[in-house]
Design a protein around this ligand. Structure first.
Ligand code: HEC
Length: 468
């Protein structure tokens, strides 16, 4: 079956996607606030009445979030809407603006979706999705061996090779012990850029102690299917481990002699702003674990590996091969998933600024920007649950050359986004509904691979379709 997707349709599908799986969209305290103050004129679902409809993404007076906040604050008295600035806090106004995005998502719920099978016709190219391997366990990260095999982690704790024909090899022995709880477990894997000379393999995972768990980073070698020569590259102080089972971050990326890795806020929002703890940060170290002398917080933090802070849960990190920009996506709360340009020493604002609200529909803050805090280059509101990202290689996908491919968990989407001169110029859903997209990686020959979660997980690749 051929699927045509225009950008417009795709945006609808994207919004649909966020709603399809269980989530709080449309519910919680903010729903009560909307029903109390707005539904009488704009309809229970935003379908309109005395006031216009506010769930179609078509705005006559308020094209941007800021303008919508202003309309809610000051009203449109000439048209019959009084302002709510006196009775609603700025936080509540911000949460209502997010809620209007949710009403739009709900209104688009019934739209048809493209099929995940067969040829996927996108704006610029057609591709087929090919199954490489199926795993009854949930794979989390994958990388590519020089001999054509794959090396994949499983959140439950194993790491194993997958043959080119898709068969799973026995788990690697002596792999580091993980703390499996919630989102924690064996997470990402990467090969040293000079793997063929030095044999180093990098693993990031949740490591446990009596206080809870924290993201830890090691490297080692795999000899005869056994993990050896382990070096601990990053391990937090025991007192900084936390009980929560959420937000471990855990992507790895290399640049020159450095390696970056991410740690989510571990469910402790405010700690993302503190340089005393390692969570809610992007870190940079030398590949052997030494701290680079020019790291921004050397001498200012017990964790001199910190490169950026104010990051909520960054689960994608990729160095753009053409521009040298280090891109990250991070999960927002309810709304406000972010695409960030990671730059030395910067504060990405969580939780002092966000485009989202709390899961239960209570506001977090009215601030979407503040001086000294780096705004996202793009944000997804409602959230798509961003996870995994790679850059399209022009050798295999000339029409997508340099574009970012961003995965979504709950939304089950793969989005292609094009950034030109620092701003997003194109955005398209290129895969929808095939499973939760956990990882997106580009092989050394340039092909895009995904880990999709359903009952267990699948490793798939996207082959450009050349049939006329
Ligand atoms: C007494 C009726 C009334 C109430 C209550 C009301 N509005 Fe309105 N609203 C209107 C009218 C009328 C318009 C202008 C519609 C038009 O021009 O078609 C409007 C316009 C808007 C717009 C701009 C729409 C656009 O097309 O750009 C937004 C956003 C909005 N309202 C949000 C809200 C929210 C949120 C609440 C609750 C806090 C609310 N309104 C409560 C009557 C109301």
């Amino acid at each position: 079956m051929k699927i045509r997707t225009s950008i417009q349709l795709v945006n609808l599908i994207l919004l649909t996607a966020s709603v399809s799986a269980q989530s709080n969209i449309g519910r919680g305290r903010i729903q009560g606030l909307y029903q109390k103050h707005c539904a009488v004129c704009h309809g229970a679902k935003g379908e309109g009445g005395l006031g216009g409809e506010v769930n179609q993404g078509k705005w006559q007076h308020a094209k941007t979030d800021d303008q919508r906040a202003q309309v809610i604050r000051n009203g449109l008295p000439d048209l019959g809407m009084q302002g709510f600035g006196e009775i609603l806090s700025e936080k509540e106004i911000r949460a209502l603006v997010i809620y209007l995005h949710e009403l739009e998502a709900l209104a688009n719920k019934e739209r048809p979706r493209p099929d995940a099978q067969g040829v996927h016709q996108t704006e610029h190219l057609a591709y087929r999705m090919e199954l490489v391997a199926r795993n009854p366990k949930r794979m989390w990260g994958v990388t590519f061996m020089p001999d054509g095999r794959y090396l994949a982690t499983e959140i439950d704790g194993n790491v194993r090779f997958i043959s080119p024909d898709g068969s799973l090899e026995p788990p690697i022995e002596n792999i580091p012990a993980i703390r499996r709880r919630g989102q924690g477990g064996m997470l990402d894997v990467a090969l040293d850029p000079e793997y063929e000379q030095n044999g180093w393999v990098y693993l990031v995972f949740s490591h446990g102690n009596s206080n809870g768990a924290m993201t830890s980073f090691v490297r080692g070698k795999i000899v005869e299917n056994r993990w050896t020569d382990e070096q601990v590259l990053f391990r937090a102080n025991a007192k900084d481990y936390r009980g929560a089972g959420t937000h471990f971050g855990s992507r790895i990326e290399f640049q020159d002699e450095y390696v970056f890795f991410t740690i989510g806020d571990r469910g402790a929002q405010q700690q993302a702003q503190s340089l005393k703890v390692p969570n809610g940060k992007v870190h940079r170290i030398h590949r052997d674990g030494r701290i680079p002398k020019d790291n921004p917080f050397v001498g200012k933090s017990p964790y001199p590996s910190i490169w950026t802070y104010g990051n909520r849960n960054p689960q994608a990190l990729v160095l753009h091969p053409d521009t040298g920009v280090l891109w990250s996506t991070e999960h927002g709360p309810r709304g406000g998933d972010e695409l960030n340009r990671i730059q030395k020493g910067k504060n990405y604002g969580w939780p002092k600024v966000t485009f989202g609200m709390n899961y239960n529909g209570t506001p977090i803050t009215e601030h979407t920007s503040r001086p000294g805090m780096e705004p996202p280059v793009w944000h997804w509101t409602p959230s798509i649950a961003v996870c995994g990202m790679s850059v399209a290689d022009g050798r295999v996908y000339p029409e997508w050359k340099g574009d970012l491919l961003v995965g979504g968990l709950r939304s089950q989407v793969l989005e292609r986004i094009r950034i030109e001169e620092g701003t997003l110029t194109e955005r398209e859903v290129v895969l929808q509904g095939a499973g939760r997209v956990r990882d997106v990686k580009t092989s050394p020959s340039g092909t895009l691979y995904l880990i999709l979660e359903d009952n267990g997980s699948r490793l798939v690749r996207l082959n450009p379709d050349t049939t006329p």
